[in-house]
Design a protein around this ligand. Sequence first.
Ligand code: GLY
Length: 313
Amino acid sequence: MSAANNYSIMVHGGAGALDNVKDDKTAFRYLESIRQVLEHGRNVITLGGSALQAVEACASLLEDDPVFNAGCGSVLNEDGKVEMDAAIMDGRDLSAGAVAAVDNIANPVQLARLVMSKSEHVMLISEGAMRFAEHCGMSRVPEDYFYTPDRIEQLHQARLQHKIMLDHDDTEEDTEDQKYGTIGAIALDPAGNLAAATSTGGIVNKRMGRVGDSPIVGAGVYADNETCAVSATGFGEDFMRSVISKTISDFIWMKEMNARQATDAGIDYLVRKVNGRGGVIVIDKAGNCASGFSTKKMIHGWIEKGGESVCRF
Ligand code: GLY
């Protein structure tokens, strides 16, 4: 890579059947959002920001977009409440911050970053995380910030069917407007630093207190300058059991794979071991971008080695 194009950025907005993307207008809405987030990440990096700053900025924008299951678009749990999980990781020194089961926060990824930089811990949950947010001067948003008509209807449907739903679900019996929702951003900056961030509202109608893979280092998020950055989206329990993000990093470290090879090996492992449903985005230390998913689709996009932004389902 030349000095001008020695950065890469990837983002995702969830995996699943995406049966709700039935027309060009809806498809455009998703892809345009992904493209704008990528270009914002490009601005952060080309203006001298780090990979860590880029992933925090990109994840925050995705949290601010109600079409994605994170931040203001978070799905509702069995009590009709929002409980969000998020994590951020810096590949320079494996420092990481995570929050789980938080509410009334517009940008959980920013709280995760504060846990990383201003506490001696890696993860804070629930009330403790909220107390820490207050301590850091982070403002609370009112409850109605989160309750979109779509999310209320989604919970209603899940309750009627007595099941949990993954935002963009595509199991045989689940065909309508469901998604394995999570958002994620990963980046490599010109200094060779990798970073990753993942944030989610989790699963529709999930049990109170359920925590998924997104805030778990090695499951929903991972970054190591010696290997790669990874963000995952899908059925969190599958990703926790297979420790998929660290497994992909290990493929690169131990088997000398590149991003493409490690992503393919990772999705193969996910499906073979736990019949896992979801996907990953991966940037290796050389700036190669790769994505893989076992669902029908995954909303994602990339800027590889400073090139044009590309957005796909
Ligand atoms: N992957 C998001 C979740 O399962 O919570």
